[in-house]
Design a protein around this ligand. Structure first.
Ligand code: ADP
Ligand code: MG
Length: 728
């Protein structure tokens, strides 16, 4: 079927916004109604079971069989009352998205009837056929058993007609096959390390939770136009296209008004998000046309991450209801701003204290400084792992492209805190502190203002910025599972806090007072991690040079960054903190290389296919169109006609040159793909695709883009960016 672009456009423009049927009542009346939350549990569960499950949720203690059975029964009753007929274990395989296997509640009774059945054993553990999920060689296919195990810290929910139970996913041999398992372990590690350091300041602190507040960016395009762009549909990004006349030059999209069709979609999906207990609050336009952002109130990191994954699913479902498709790719349109997912992170205690919020007196200030400086030190030591944690095909088009932070890891802390750290460093002294030293240091610390003025006007070019009471990791890609960077961040901070505790204890043992020991250790860390602090413009070329001088890495592509997972010290770090076993880490590295290679392979294939079957025929049609005209004019006017056909001949020549270029690029891609495919490992394949094939895809894209600018609009077969981005 040949596609009539004009007809598609016509249909799209006729679309009428589908206004959601908002419930009459306030948000509070339906918020969380599809969640098996504490409130529901209290009314459905016997007291003892409720207490048991609460303890499991808060302290991570195992749930005993009786409590599991009671919870399962309550869950089933509640879910059926919400219209559920099926249940599923909901998990995060290493593909990056989520997976589920639906089973019905039905159990035949043997007399021709059936009852709804769901018990503790079905709640706690399931055995999905795991052979089709990536495992990086951990699990042999003949041993295709993997288990999903209930995560009681994240509440079950009803989506459509299914009760979804958040779970971890591990192999028969006990290896993690998902992204949730290591996250939970990293969160436990940071809890343990941070709680232990908190004991210096407050004995009542018995639990530290890492928090995550993500900000999800995405694009919306009409679903018919999306379907008419096979590159978008198959790879998530347009491989070529001419810039719309009105791009983002005018910066008028940022915080602009949200068009009607989009706002109808947003209202609908916020409604569903709220029913699922996802506390989304902000919605606004982003920098590029048809780009938007949604952010919730922050939550405990594991729950926040489940909510992000759920929201990504929800975005897709609700978008389709409104005849949109959502693009979560990091760079869907070359030349326009890409999408990221800022990860705001902090540490909070059971006593209600945000450990990264400056204090109000010297004691709380010292506590703040402890966590603040240790985070910087962890980032300094392990910048490369942080870089590796957001590697991925899509992000390679975004990082360092003057819209997102560079691939160089650094931290922005603002001038007030920079002065403070510099001040503390100046007072470094070997040996015992005199009373005068102590007074000087106290004065320095007293300088921490409660409100950090300059952090409101923060540096947007930094990959890791302190924003007053939290750090914001900005380099994460829009399609990513935040569990990966959150696992890394919490692991490295846990390690650093452990080292800090050891050193401070050693100083105390040698006779230093507690505060003195802490201060001296902080001073040492400030000095040691100085290179990671950068307040300037992260987009500038000077920074690349300066960073090199400072010895900071600049791993521009994913295949390069993924190598980090294989380093000896990285393997030991994850093993020592019991977050990932060496085999698990090796498997992840392997899977990431393979994913990278396969995604590039698809891009290259689609690019050549489009060039060959869609663009070339259009270009040849245009050549014929010109030729016919040229011959007609020559026939009619004879010699006199030669002046009249100058533009046509010129266009014909340009088109022919581009057709030639296109054809040449296709040949090169095909050759290089053959070579890349036959490389001996996924790593080598990924490297070849990254270094050699990807630039050729770009080269081919340029020819297509230029052709788009030349060929008759009527003959151009694919929706253009203008149509994709300005149709709402
Ligand atoms: P931006 O200017 O980067 O768009 P926003 O104010 O929109 O900033 O986003 C701030 C984000 O930080 C929100 O998602 C919020 O939930 C999150 N946040 C606020 N406090 C914390 C905290 N203590 N821990 C983690 N995230 C937090
Ligand atoms: Mg932000």
């Amino acid at each position: 079927m040949s596609l009539n672009r004009q007809q598609v456009m016509h249909d799209v423009l006729e679309r009428v916004p589908k206004l959601p049927t908002r419930p009459e009542n306030k948000i509070s009346a339906y918020y969380g109604e599809n969640v098996f939350n504490k409130f529901v549990m209290r009314s459905y569960l016997p007291d003892e079971a409720y207490k048991g499950i609460l303890k499991a949720m808060e302290d991570g203690t195992p749930v005993d069989r009786k409590v599991a059975d009671q919870t399962a029964t309550a869950m089933k009753e509640w879910a059926i009352s919400r219209g559920a007929t099926h249940y599923t274990h909901w998990f995060q395989p290493l593909t990056g998205s989520t997976a589920e296997k639906h089973d019905s509640f039905i159990a035949p009774t043997g007399d021709g009837r059936a009852i709804e059945k769901f018990d503790g054993s079905l709640l706690v553990q399931q055995e999905p056929d795991a052979s089709s999920f990536p495992n990086g060689g951990i699990r042999n296919t003949f041993e295709a058993r993997g288990y999903t195990l209930w995560d009681p810290t994240s509440p079950a929910f009803v989506m459509g007609e299914t009760l979804c139970i958040p779970t971890i996913f591990i192999s028969y041999t006990g290896f993690a096959l998902d992204n949730k398992t290591p996250l939970l372990k990293a969160l436990a590690a940071v809890d343990k390390a941070a709680t232990s350091v908190c004991q210096y300041f407050d004995k009542n602190i018995t639990k530290v939770n890492a928090s995550l507040g993500w900000e999800q960016e995405y694009f919306l395009v009409d679903k018919a136009l999306y379907a008419a762009r096979p590159d978008l549909a198959m790879t998530g990004r347009a491989l070529f296209g001419a810039q719309p006349a009105k791009g983002q030059q005018l910066d008028d999209h940022y915080f602009g008004s949200i068009p009607q069709r989009v706002s109808a979609f947003m209202k609908d999906f916020e409604l569903e998000a709220h029913k699922l207990g996802i506390p989304v609050t902000t919605r606004h336009n982003e920098v590029a046309p048809n780009q938007f952002e949604v952010a919730p109130v922050y939550e405990e990191a594991n729950l926040a991450n489940d909510h992000n994954l759920l929201l990504m699913e929800l975005l897709e479902i609700i978008a389709q209801k409104h005849d949109f498709r959502v693009l979560l790719h990091e760079k869907p349109f070359p030349g326009l701003n890409g999408s990221g997912k800022h990860n705001n992170w902090s540490l909070g205690t059971n006593t209600g204290v945000n450990l990264l919020k400056p204090g109000t007196n010297p004691k709380t200030n010292l506590r703040f400084l402890t966590f603040f400086v240790n985070t910087l030190a962890a980032l300094h030591t392990h910048a490369d792992i942080v870089r590796a944690s957001f590697a991925g095909v899509g992000n390679d088009h975004r990082l360092g492209a003057n819209e997102a932070p560079p691939a160089i890891i650094s931290a922005f802390i603002g001038s007030q805190l920079s002065e403070l750290l510099d001040g503390l460093e100046k007072h470094i002294k070997a040996g015992k502190l005199t009373p005068a030293d102590k007074t000087a240091l106290k004065l320095e610390i007293g300088r921490i203002p409660e409100a950090l003025l300059d952090n409101t006007d923060r540096n947007r070019t930094s990959p890791f910025a302190f924003t007053g009471n939290k750090f914001e990791l900005r380099a994460v890609g829009s399609s990513a599972n935040c569990a990966v960077p959150m696992t890394v961040l919490n692991t490295i901070v846990a390690e650093q806090l452990g080292l800090f505790k050891k050193s401070v204890d050693a100083r105390i043992k040698k006779g230093d007072g507690k505060d003195e020991a802490i201060l001296k250790e902080l001073q040492a860390l400030i000095k040691q991690s100085k290179a990671i602090r950068f307040e300037g413009n992260g987009y500038g070329d000077e920074w690349v040079k300066e960073a090199k001088k400072r010895g900071l890495s600049n791993m521009r592509t994913s295949p390069e960054a993924l190598g980090v997972w294989g380093r000896k010290e990285v393997v030991s770090l994850f093993e020592d903190l019991k977050v990932l076993k060496p085999e698990e880490l090796a498997a992840r590295r392997e899977i990431e290389y393979e994913k990278y290679m396969m995604k590039r392979q698809i891009e290259a294939t689609i690019a050549c296919d489009l060039a060959q079957n869609t663009i070339l025929p259009a270009a040849i049609n245009y050549q014929n169109f010109l030729l016919e005209n040229i011959m007609g004019i020559e026939e009619t006017f004879g010699k006199k006609g030669s002046k009249m056909i100058r533009p046509q001949k010129d266009l014909l020549e340009k088109t022919s040159t581009l057709v030639n270029d296109l054809y040449t690029s296709m040949g090169k891609i095909s050759n290089e793909m053959d070579k890349a495919n036959s490389a001996s490992s996924h790593q080598k394949q990924a490297e070849a695709y990254g270094k050699i094939v990807t630039p050729l895809i770009e080269e081919l894209g340029v020819s297509c883009t230029v052709l788009e600018g030349i060929i008759d609009n009527e003959l151009w077969p694919l929706p253009k960016f203008t149509e994709l981005l300005f149709t709402r």
